[in-house]
Design a protein around this ligand. Structure first.
Ligand code: ADP
Ligand code: MG
Length: 342
């Protein structure tokens, strides 16, 4: 009898321990912090979540240190101030630069990591906004050409007066690093929100899809639609994120057309890209913004492995067929026109 009681008690204790374990697995490890000039938040479920959270945050902070254009100790700062001398950089910097150059090529230069001097001239870095003189823009455009960046033997070299900026792709690359860390630790449920670039890892703990909000350009604290997804990185570029109104009353946004050296001035309000690769989502959100609605549609016809939602200034939405069923408009936007892009 005593033996039976002992076995019964151990069984109860075991079940209680199991329940406690699965209950606590349902509670995520969470953190919010600033990096890459934006606010980020991470939510990770499962075993080892606390240590994985620290690793992911640590990896983002290290990337920020390598890639900052303003931190004097960063690889990019050193490179931008080395003239035409090759600079030995961290292998992570080599990796992100090589992958960015491939992406610049894929989009025929609509994304160009050497557009930085032009971005600076318009005041988007020091926030001393101004409309530059056209001659000055033309002078600076001579040094905008990603194809002149060379990478070999762990060294990167630019031409004299050329400078690079990975701002358009860094958050996506950081998302990929975060996904890799989570996968290596068998995390099957996590949401990494890197300020406009969101990695939805696995599914929610209950097995359902993640629901990721797409910011409303008129009120970036709110959403104009939602995407439900699993194992995707969703990146949005919007003119509303950083802009100024010039003395001429016009709005100038922080996304620059590398061909003209001026802020993009087309019919697009925001571009959201959904793909399995963070750097791709991030790069394409900027590049398709530059291409405009028709250019984006043409690019989509000729390329695969991604989907998009484009919101125009006259409140029309273009959604590619691959995510049409997973996209829903927020209640306030139910009356806007949705076009399917095949
Ligand atoms: P955000 O970083 O605000 O989410 P993006 O991913 O679209 O937005 O990146 C825009 C940033 O990239 C700008 O702030 C600027 O530093 C840089 N940039 C602007 N236009 C281009 C471009 N055509 N190609 C590459 N980088 C760009
Ligand atoms: Mg981008």
């Amino acid at each position: 009898m005593k033996k039976f009681l002992c076995i019964a008690l151990s069984a109860v204790l075991c079940i209680t321990a199991l329940c406690a374990c699965s209950l606590s697995d349902n509670k995520p490890a969470e953190v919010g912090f600033e990096a890459m000039d934006t606010f980020m938040s991470l939510k990770i479920y499962g075993q080892n979540r606390d240590s994985v959270l620290k690793n992911v945050q640590g990896s983002i902070v290290s990337l920020d240190k390598l890639l900052s254009t303003t931190d004097k100790n960063s690889d990019i700062y050193k490179l931008n101030n080395a003239g035409a001398v090759p600079v030995e950089v961290d292998k992570t910097t080599v990796d992100i630069v090589e992958r960015s150059l491939d992406l610049c090529d894929d989009v025929s230069g609509a994304l160009d990591i050497t557009v930085y001097p032009v971005v600076c001239e318009w005041g988007f870095i020091d926030k001393d906004y101004k409309i530059p003189d056209q001659n000055r823009i033309e002078q600076l455009l001579q040094f905008v050409d990603y194809s002149k960046v060379s990478v070999s033997d762990g060294k990167i070299s630019l031409l004299t007066n050329m400078q690079i900026d990975l701002g358009a792709v860094a958050k996506g690359y950081a998302a990929d690093r975060g996904i890799e860390i989570c996968r290596n630790e068998d995390i099957t449920s996590a949401l990494l929100n890197l300020g406009g670039t969101v990695a939805a890892i696995g599914a929610k703990p209950d097995g359902s899809d993640w629901k990721v909000g797409v910011a409303d350009p008129e009120n970036s604290a709110d959403y104009f639609g939602y995407l439900s997804c699993k194992d995707k990185v969703i990146a949005t570029s919007g003119g509303y994120e950083r802009y100024f109104i010039g003395s001429d009353g016009k709005t100038y946004i922080h996304i620059i057309d590398p061909k003209t050296g001026s802020p993009v001035d087309n019919n697009i309000n925001s571009v959201t890209i959904v793909s399995e690769v963070g750097i791709k989502s991030d790069a394409l959100s900027t590049a398709l913004f530059v291409m405009g609605v028709d250019g984006a549609e043409k690019y989509r016809r000729e390329n695969s492995g991604f989907d998009y939602v484009i919101l125009t200034k006259d409140n029309e939405v273009y959604v590619t067929s691959g995510i049409y069923d997973s996209f829903t408009l927020a209640d306030n936007f139910k009356n806007i026109k949705v076009n399917i892009v095949d």
